[in-house]
Design a protein around this ligand. Structure first.
Ligand code: UD1
Length: 347
């Protein structure tokens, strides 16, 4: 039997591109939608280099309702959609909340409406541990109360989950939301990885760009948190582990193994590392000394968060396989590759 056809919105992005590879390697037909807002079409050539298959690509913005309807007129027999496409810079969302509410929420509503019209009933949604805010209890499990997130970005993820849950309640739609902790690392081929346009916000691209000499130094935000060394604790998880969880979630929906119309799973390793431990591990693994300086807290940061992974392990049948050494080594290999290709990263 032919494998299912899966539409991947945001498929040229960081997690999207790694998921394309895993889907193609499992024999799925993939179709990508992306507006290239924070990514490059060339990523799909890299996906082809890894898998031998060039995904079909539609370049448009999901907030463009006409373009979305045209897409569904052209592409038939879609079995499922994975919805990655969204803006994700926490700081930018604080400065420009309307941009975030408009982009992340309107695109989701249009997508859900189009899925209803076209009778596509399987969706995997890209959510985040940001929906927990600063949890009272750690590790945080899926049924922990959702606190108000610190940023409009986080709120868009919470609102999106609520919209989806409401729609699932009254329609045939079946959805799995995957709440990622901190995805880092890159594909072992070093052909795809995280490639932020402009200065990165996230820790690991900041570490690798500093180590390679694009940035002068890394600023460590905060040294007075209630953690073992005063810096924040996060649950870093390899992007390939995250990508593989999406394939499992798609299979679960298509094979109708889901127990409820709307399910939620944490994607983390269950281990928390401080920022300083992460820097230390990077130095140990790569042998490169990092120029860093401790500075004040960054607004919007939570002190510590790491996942209770039991539900995902047991019910989804997924467990993260790769450790922090591997995450940082592959991120470094990818950075070296970008430099070799002389890709512009110094805005
Ligand atoms: C946040 C969200 C996450 C979201 C991501 C999108 C939370 C808990 N997490 O991740 O869900 O997907 O944004 O971008 O809200 N740091 C430095 N120096 C730097 C950069 C970061 O010290 O130059 C520190 C931060 O203070 C933080 C840690 O590194 O403690 C990780 O930061 P980052 O990689 O930006 O991810 P989060 O903010 O945890």
């Amino acid at each position: 039997m032919a494998k299912a056809k899966v539409v991947v919105t945001g498929g040229t992005g960081y997690i999207g591109s790694h998921t394309l590879v895993e889907l193609i390697e499992k024999g799925y037909e993939v179709v990508v939608i992306d507006n290239l807002n924070n990514s490059y079409a060339n990523t799909l050539q890299q996906v082809k280099e890894i898998t031998g298959k060039l995904p079909q690509f539609y370049c448009f913005d999901l907030c463009d309702k006409n373009a979305l309807s045209q897409f569904f007129e052209q592409e038939k027999n879609i079995d499922a959609i994975i919805h990655f496409a969204a803006l994700k810079a926490v700081g930018e969302s604080v400065d420009n909340p309307l941009l975030y509410y408009h982009n992340n929420i309107v695109s989701l509503i249009y997508l859900l409406e189009a899925m209803k019209v076209n009778q596509i009933n399987h969706l995997v949604f890209s959510s985040s541990c940001t929906v927990y805010g600063q949890p009272d209890k750690l590790p945080v499990s899926e049924n922990a109360p959702l606190k108000l997130p610190e940023s409009p970005y986080g709120k868009t993820k919470q609102i999106a989950e609520q919209i989806i849950a409401d729609v699932c309640f009254t329609s045939p739609l079946q959805v799995i939301s995957l709440r990622y902790f901190n995805p880092i690392g890159a594909h072992e081929s070093a052909l795809i990885g995280e490639f932020p346009i402009g200065a990165p916000n996230n820790l690991v691209p900041m570490i690798t760009q500093t180590a390679v000499g694009i940035r002068e130094k890394l600023l460590v935000f905060g040294s007075d948190y209630d953690t073992k060394d005063g810096s924040c604790v996060r649950d870093y998880i390899h992007v390939v582990d995250i990508a593989q969880a999406h394939v499992i979630a798609i299979e679960r929906l298509i094979q109708q193994k889901n127990k409820k119309n709307y399910e939620v799973f944490n994607l983390g390793t269950g281990h928390g590392y401080t920022v300083l431990e992460t820097i230390q591990t990077f130095e140990n693994v790569t042998g490169v000394k990092l120029n860093y300086e401790i500075t004040g807290r960054r607004s919007g940061d939570v002190e510590k968060v790491y996942a209770d992974t039991q539900w995902a392990n047991k019910e989804l049948g997924w467990k993260a396989q790769r450790n922090l050494d591997n995450m940082l080594q592959t991120a470094w290999n990818w950075q070296l590759k970008l430099n070799e290709l002389n890709m512009k990263q110094d805005d």
